[in-house]
Design a protein around this ligand. Structure first.
Ligand code: ADP
Ligand code: MG
Length: 326
């Protein structure tokens, strides 16, 4: 296999609202990246309702992340499961474990440390819906977050709300030692319980402490999560992603990178009912091309691998689809 020089990256996938397509996109992105030559590990970080393994047709996972969380297994490598594709592995999520709903922060840091040591080119962590501390922290602790939203107003609202909470959480965790910022932030949040704009907090911080505001500004500058718009039904809905990026820039003062969209297609629903990845079942459907376009964009950030055309991708899909019973 050709040498694909790649800096190890950990992407975490969140979105706020349930059902936006986080798990199905994680699974198909993972498959797509692995057939393009990358060694991929997918992790089900949805501790409340893990279902990533379903999208990969793994019926009863032998080991799950719970075995590691509960210290039953001390090495994360031991709970990695094979999939029908050699380059693609998965760490499955376990069913509800008492006390898992709010893991101690140090435990989450430990999980991320172990994830960082896994032997893979790309690690993608699928996260649950909502804004629990677990989800916010896993999102913030990975090197890059990917937000998956839909054009419908509720989905965009939840995605915005998720990002706002993630940023406040990141500020409070990262700058804990900087007690100035922490005190100013606590005072601000006490008086502005329902604030939905980071820009308001930044104005306040600037007026209280210029140095602290510069520290936070620098951090916000490097935050840069990515955005994928899913379930696009009309062409003009593609622009909803640009609109969202603008809103986030103005009110949360962070740059988002709109890395692509995926069209709505009933064949995606049908293939998930059949427990077959849609890129294998329907290589000709628009979402398969969309997955390729997203991979092409994501790849360009970290890889020295040469660009490949869509025709190559489809050829690889055909080659590997024999490993799946459809
Ligand atoms: N582009 C799409 N077109 C049609 N259905 C989709 C699309 N993306 C996701 N779905 C469907 O939406 C449902 C939720 O997807 P899922 O990935 O499980 O969401 P999440 O993990 O965000 O809760 C699934 O039934 C899936 O088949
Ligand atoms: Mg999911």
């Amino acid at each position: 296999m050709e040498d694909v020089s790649f800096e190890k990256i950990i992407w975490s996938v969140a979105g706020g609202k349930g059902g936006t397509g986080k798990s199905i996109i994680t699974a198909n992105l993972g498959i797509g990246l692995s057939i393009m030559g990358f060694r991929v590990i997918l992790i089900d970080g949805d501790l409340g309702g893990p279902n990533l393994h379903n999208y990969l047709n793994i019926k009863k996972p032998k080991h799950t992340l719970n075995d590691f969380i509960s210290n039953k297994i001390s090495n994360l490598n031991e709970i990695i499961l094979d999939t029908p594709l050699e380059n693609l592995k998965i760490i499955s999520g376990g069913t509800e474990l008492l006390g898992v709903a709010n893991l101690p922060y140090m435990k989450k840091e430990k999980i991320l440390r172990h994830i960082n040591n896994l032997d893979a080119d790309i690690i993608i962590m699928d996260l649950g819906s909502g804004t629990s501390y677990n989800t916010l922290d896993f999102f913030n602790l990975s090197n890059k977050g990917i937000i998956i939203s839909n054009p419908e107003p509720n989905a965009k609202y939840d995605a915005y709300y998720f990002l706002k909470n993630a940023i406040f959480r990141k500020i409070s965790k990262n700058l804990k030692k900087d007690s100035d910022v922490k005190n100013i932030m606590n005072k601000f949040l006490k008086d502005n319980m329902s604030v939905i704009e980071i820009s308001k907090f930044m104005n306040y911080l600037k007026s209280e402490s210029k140095i602290s505001s510069e520290i936070v500004e620098n951090f916000l500058y490097s935050y840069k999560p990515k955005l994928i718009m899913n379930k696009i039904r009309k062409k003009n809905q593609i622009l909803e992603g640009d609109w969202f990026v603008n809103i986030v820039k103005n009110f949360l003062i962070i740059d988002m990178d709109y890395v692509g969209y995926m069209k709505f297609d009933n064949r995606v629903v049908y293939s998930s009912e059949k427990i077959v990845p849609f890129i294998f079942k329907y290589p000709e459907c628009a979402p398969t091309k969309n997955i390729f376009q997203i991979i092409d964009k994501l790849r360009s950030y970290n890889s020295k691998q040469l660009r490949k055309p869509f025709e190559y991708f489809k050829k690889e899909i055909k080659k590997y689809s024999k490993y799946w019973s459809m």
